[in-house]
Ligand binder design. Structure first.
Ligand code: FE
Length: 171
């Protein structure tokens, strides 16, 4: 019985250490605590999202280049997180990067809507971008953007929902 308690205590310590490491890897835009109402279980996300959205947003998948719904969309409007509805990008920030995925040179807000996380998967060192509210995977950010910001937010269409400017006026 004593060893069981010791095991549970060790696991609790380990879990705390992992969480601290996660915090260390994020950028400075994480001062506000994440709204816990968006901390759904994977089973809950599966009910909300399509299988394709779940694969990208929750399992960090990537849609095939050139296949996304918004790759060549340049209408006026805003782009929201497909999982939680957080407004992340404006059409004014979108540009044609010819890379096969929707690309933006900036994000809405003060850098507090999208979290940046060091990603060393697939033998590369990249910066993953996730929705700061629900933790949904969006894509990656690169510093090779052609505009004044120098940034290229490379985002999966499946992670976004586009709201045309005309319809947003009526809401
Ligand atoms: Fe979200």
């Amino acid at each position: 019985m004593k060893s069981l308690w010791l095991f549970a205590f060790s696991m609790a310590l380990l879990s705390g250490a992992c969480q601290n490491n996660m915090k260390d890897q994020t950028s400075s835009n994480t001062k506000k605590p994440m709204d816990t109402s968006y901390n759904k279980t994977e089973e809950e996300w599966k009910k909300i999202l399509t299988p394709e959205q779940y694969y990208v947003l929750r399992q960090k998948g990537t849609e095939r280049p050139g296949t996304g719904e918004y790759n060549l969309t340049f209408d006026k409007g805003s782009y929201k997180c497909a999982a939680c509805g957080y407004e992340l990008f404006s059409s004014d920030q979108k540009f044609d990067s010819h890379c096969g995925w929707p690309s933006f040179d900036a994000e809405l807000g003060n850098g507090d809507r999208i979290k940046k996380i060091r990603d060393t998967s697939h033998g590369m060192i990249r910066t993953e971008i996730v929705c700061a509210r629900c933790g949904g995977h969006l894509g990656h950010i690169f510093d090779d953007g052609p505009t004044a910001t120098g940034q290229r937010y490379c985002v999966n269409s499946l992670s976004l929902n586009f709201t045309p400017a005309d319809s947003s006026k009526t809401k």
